[in-house]
Design a protein around this ligand. Structure first.
Ligand code: 4NP
Length: 166
C-alpha cells in the first residue's frame, strides 16, 4: 500500500487558550504539508484545554508575527473534547500544564497514549523543554514560540514520514 492509499494521520495541537501556541502550530504544520504536497496525508487541528476564547480567531499579535513568516492563521478557537481522543491519532500539548490537563481528560489508558509533548520533537540541544506561553510576553515571546514550533513541526513531520515508509 503506498502513502496515498493510507488513512490520513490526524494530529491535534493543544495549548491553554487555543489562540496563541496551538493555532500557530497548526499553521506551521499545514505550511510544511503544503510545501511537501502532503496535505491529503494528514488532518490537522488545534484546541485549548481552557474555554475562555471560544469562537475567536488567534490573538492578533500571534497573527501578525505568523504573517511575517508567510503564515495566515485562520483557526477559530475551540476547547478539547472527549471525542478528540477518539478522532485524533496524536494529541500534542505545548507545556506540562497542558499535558496534565490532557491526561486528566483522557477517557482511557489507550487514549492517554496519544498524548505527547511538543518538546519531544525539539532538535537536540534546544534551550527549552516546552513551548512557553507568550500571552503576557512581548514580541520576543511570540517570535520564540514560532522558532520553537517551526523546528518541532519539521522534526515531527520528518519522523511521521519516515515511520510511514517503514
Ligand atoms: P495559548 O496562550 O495557550 O498559547 O493560546 C494563552 C492565551 C490566552 C490565555 C492564556 C494563554 N488566557 O488566559 O486568556
Amino acid at each position: 500500500m503506498n502513502n496515498q492509499e493510507k488513512k490520513p494521520v490526524k494530529i491535534l495541537f493543544v495549548c491553554l487558550g487555543n489562540i496563541c501556541r496551538s493555532p500557530a502550530a497548526e499553521g506551521v504544520f499545514l505550511e510544511i504539508l503544503r510545501e511537501n504536497q502532503a496535505l491529503e496525508r494528514y488532518t490537522v487541528d488545534s484546541a485549548g484545554t481552557g474555554g475562555y476564547h471560544i469562537g475567536e480567531l488567534p490573538d492578533s499579535r500571534m497573527r501578525v508575527h505568523a504573517r511575517q513568516r508567510g503564515l495566515e492563521l485562520v483557526h477559530h478557537c475551540r476547547q478539547v473534547t472527549t471525542e478528540d481522543f477518539e478522532d485524533f491519532d496524536l494529541i500534542i500539548g505545548m507545556d506540562s500544564m497542558n499535558l496534565t490537563n490532557l491526561r486528566r481528560k483522557a477517557p482511557s489508558v489507550e487514549a492517554a497514549r496519544k498524548i505527547h509533548g511538543m518538546a519531544e520533537f525539539f532538535s537536540p540541544g534546544a534551550r527549552y523543554d516546552h513551548v512557553p506561553d507568550p500571552y503576557y510576553e512581548g514580541a520576543e515571546g511570540f517570535e520564540l514560540v514560532l522558532d520553537l514550533l517551526q523546528d518541532a513541526c519539521l522534526n515531527l513531520y520528518n519522523s511521521l514520514e519516515s515511520e510511514k515508509r517503514n
